[in-house]
Design a protein around this ligand. Sequence first.
Ligand code: R5P
Length: 282
Amino acid sequence: MRIVSGSSSLMLSSRLSEITKIPMAHREIKRFSDGECYVRLHENLDGEDVILVQNTYPDSNIIEYFLLVDAIRQYKIKSLTSVIPYFGYGRQDKRFNEGEPISAKVFAEHLSENVDRILTINLHNPEVINWFKVPAIEIRAEKVLAKYFEKFNPDIIVSPDKGSIERAKYLSELLNKPFISLEKKRIDSDNVEIHTGDIDVKNKVVAIIDDMISTGGTISTASTILKNLGASKIVVGCIHGLFVANALNRIQRTVDIIFSTDTIENEKSVVTVAEEIASKIL
Ligand code: R5P
């Protein structure tokens, strides 16, 4: 077996290789001066079961994914499993307005080309798994994320919106602490409106769990309100930390501790999903 790491997932691939003892294939990835991508495998993969680990976010990683699949396929490999830790475009899972594409379906179908199976972590909409054209599994990272929350000993668990209620409930059961859900209304891609209802967070350590943080609008709005209501500390954990533009700065104005998994690699990816992936490939 061999792991081929795309440039989005070197940290996760190394952790996966360490756990599974599957060596990482020697590969080269660079950009031409016009920005186009160049990839090359420096190893013959004949006879191997190959695991490709690569995100499809941002867009440049999609190109790299297709090139790596083609480079791998020139060998007489036994199988190709594609691990997509963060599946980009997963949020456009329907035609919200006439004339739009169903982006999640477009990419689920195209990313299935020339691979034998797909593993991905926490899709924004789990139904999207049915759009892949090869056997596909959605791995859930709630368990590892929830374990990490334990050390902060929160008093109350908060779901920032309806979409994370099940996650917050899971965390609340694991830590044996109450949970509440906030009401969120999106104004635009950067801003949201949040209503808390009648809650008591005074002098409490509040844990907020979400599937992804993008602009940080949701978390910074929620945590500002919770701090104004007297929360003593706010701990935030998410699965996919996109942290676009100045999201981290924006969040850290009111959030005391923030962490994510390593589906998207950044300075906050302290929780690894490598064990979860390993359990599906061995
Ligand atoms: C929403 O449905 C998601 O669970 C996240 O709350 C959302 O995508 C976060 O986005 P942002 O950080 O831009 O508010």
